[in-house]
Design a protein around this ligand. Structure first.
Ligand SMILES: Nc1ncnc2c1ncn2[C@@H]1O[C@H](COP(=O)(O)OP(=O)(O)OP(=O)(O)O)[C@@H](O)[C@H]1O
Length: 307
């Protein structure tokens, strides 16, 4: 089989004066879960809409297995739009059956797929109810069933985890893992970075319509360099400002997080911390994805300065 990758290549999109996408480029490989993260308005939804053909790009291209994505390929994508797309007054079962048939499944196949996914996602008891009578979380489960019911080759999910209870998060995570294990590329956007960190093989961080960091969670965390966490409850604000080789990232409730320059001596930091009073905790560690995200999205595009 040819190279089964979804390639998003140099997409550009403007809305009037607003630049929504500015050369958005990344790829998602078959069997991979790709987390698409970025601040509000960074361009995630716009990218996904273009992948699905709901929106036209001004420039750039989306390819699947080396071929520009067309209507036929799009019909094989399972999509969960941000604005959701279910008909509120239609019954859950009828709606899912309709969507499955629309994608070419026969009646028996469609019925089996609807039964499978409603069962799996815990909404089987609600197939006879109108969508609008379901709680938001259950509507979301139905929305995921709608994305899966036609056995898609690619999954593109816009904030599938928002508003889900922890049990539903686990079910959704498990389904995405299984789909990836079947060899499907799975891309989802989320602001829940702990979840992204746990679930994704690779993560892309978007800022102002551009991909600014894209790698495995481990590599991204390593790229953030090493940090020192110092818990010195009596330390005054700015105690570490003059310590050589460190940059203060945060100071909160007596806890200071410092970035260490290459070759900087952490013992100098410890001495400075002890000079302020007791030190309860002193640890070297790598940044979490959340910290790295904050750092990356708050760095000015043109100057590289922190905003
Ligand atoms: N229909 C539209 N008309 C005008 N501007 C738009 C429209 N849709 C999106 N934008 C703008 O394009 C930019 C990218 O928006 P987009 O919805 O893609 O971001 P996002 O990363 O999905 O954000 P969020 O995390 O808040 O969902 C923003 O500046 C947004 O205001």
């Amino acid at each position: 089989m040819s190279d089964r990758r979804l390639e998003v290549d140099a997409l550009t999109k403007r809305y009037g004066d607003t630049v929504a996408l500015d050369g958005m480029t990344f790829d998602v490989r078959a069997g991979e879960i790709f987390g698409f993260v970025g601040s509000n308005g960074a361009g995630k939804t716009t990218t996904m809409r273009i992948v699905l053909g709901v929106l036209a790009a001004d420039g750039g291209e989306v390819r699947w297995a080396g071929v520009p994505v067309d209507h036929e390929i799009r019909s094989r994508i399972g999509y969960m739009p941000e604005e959701r797309g279910l008909y509120p007054r239609m019954k859950v079962g009828e709606q899912l059956t309709y969507l499955a048939r629309l994608h070419g499944l026969g009646a028996a196949q469609a019925a089996a797929a609807v039964a499978e996914w409603t069962e799996r996602l815990g909404v089987h008891a609600r197939v006879g109810d109108e969508v609008q009578k379901l709680s938001l979380g259950n509507q979301q489960r139905v929305q995921l069933a709608a994305a899966l019911v036609h056995n898609p080759e690619i999954l593109v999910l816009d904030e599938p985890f928002s508003g889900l209870d922890p049990v539903a998060v686990d079910v959704m995570s498990q389904v995405l893992r299984e789909k990836a294990a079947e060899g499907i590329p799975v891309i989802f956007s989320s602001h829940q970075l702990d979840l992204v960190e746990r679930l994704c093989d690779r993560v892309g961080i978007v800022r102002a319509g551009t991909m600014v960091a894209c790698d495995t969670v481990d590599e991204l965390r390593a790229s953030g360099g090493e940090e020192l966490l110092v818990h010195a409850p009596a330390a005054p604000e700015g105690w570490a400002a003059g310590v050589p080789g460190v940059t203060v990232r945060r100071q909160e409730n007596g806890r200071t997080v410092l970035a260490l320059d290459e070759g900087a001596d952490d013992q100098t930091v410890l001495t400075a911390a002890l000079a302020t009073g007791p030190v309860r905790e002193f640890a070297r560690r790598r940044s979490t994805l959340t910290e790295l995200f904050r750092h990356v999205v708050s760095t000015d595009t043109h100057t590289g300065e922190q905003q």
